[in-house]
Design a binder for this molecule. Structure first.
Ligand SMILES: [Fe+2]
Length: 282
């Protein structure tokens, strides 16, 4: 099974820009590339921060762009989202018994569990798994078939990464999440967004992948603590292949427009020249 991961689309109303970027324009390019390149994917998952301010017009713009995607979507909540406005545009999205945007998607190759870590009651952007959501996680982990990988998706990481401001707005109760996992089942992989940087590693033995954002990025900066340092590094989407007991994750720099050339042709040793974009001149 193959699928694509996108995150932190941070949509604004159609025609508006955010930090100098047009999220709709970027997502449309990604959609075109995904449609053309990945005909065999089962779904595209977007791991939260769908809209920057959470207003209806932003979700309407997002729905318009996603309508062009051939594959089905799984949409998740991040700290910038608003559930009610989201629901108006995406009434078919995951919804648990308490109204949270989370669910279990069963495939032959893997089980996909999504968590809603949005804490709409607190304006500080940290994440939360309340008792109802922890109970959902417990039941999801307990009931998933054990003959195939279980892939867990959530917006907020439950651990520090060293990005100082971002560490202050991680999942507020990661220990509670771990307690559920420890007494039920360890996911085979954990996918997240929120940090706007590509980061991988393990959390308590669980391999994790944090996807780079669709829009603005967070700087590779372990010193700044009073604000979030942003950049215009180019975005990626991830192509994930779950097959034969392996999970392979590729990153696609879908805005790259430079040459593709043979490394074996001696004529290419001096040219073509590297493509230096305005973004990379930074
Ligand atoms: Fe974000």
């Amino acid at each position: 099974m193959k699928f694509v991961v996108l995150t932190d689309t941070h949509f604004v109303p159609r025609g508006s820009r955010l930090y100098g970027l047009d999220p709709a324009e970027r997502l449309a390019i990604a959609v075109e590339k995904i449609n053309a390149t990945h005909r065999d994917i089962s779904f595209v998952i977007v791991t939260g921060d769908l809209a920057h301010w959470g207003e209806a017009a932003a979700y309407a713009s997002l729905a318009g762009v996603l309508a062009g995607l051939d594959a089905p979507t799984i949409l998740m909540m991040g700290n910038h989202d608003k559930r009610d406005a989201f629901r108006m545009q995406f009434p078919g999205a995951d919804r648990d018994a308490h109204g949270f945007v989370q669910g279990v998607h069963a495939f032959d190759a893997a089980t996909i569990v999504t968590l809603d870590t949005l804490n709409e009651d607190m304006p500080d952007h940290a994440g939360l798994l309340c008792a109802a959501r922890l109970d959902f996680l417990s039941r999801a982990l307990n009931s998933a078939p054990d003959d195939r990988p279980l892939l867990l998706f959530q917006h907020h990481p439950p651990f520090d990464t060293g990005l100082r401001y971002m560490d202050t707005i991680k999942l507020a109760n990661g220990d509670a999440e771990w307690e559920v996992i420890a007494r039920t089942r360890k996911p085979d992989y954990l996918f997240m967004g929120h940090l706007h940087r590509p980061i991988a590693g393990t959390w308590r033995g669980i391999p994790f992948h944090i996807q780079r954002a669709l829009t603005h990025q967070v700087a590779f900066d372990f010193e700044t603590e009073g604000y979030i340092p942003g950049t215009h590094e180019l975005p990626d989407y991830a192509l994930v292949n779950v097959a034969h007991g392996n999970i392979v994750i590729h990153q696609c720099s879908f805005l790259y427009g430079g040459p593709v050339f043979s490394l074996h042709d001696p004529g290419n040793l001096e040219s073509p020249k590297p493509d230096v974009t305005e973004d990379s001149k930074g």
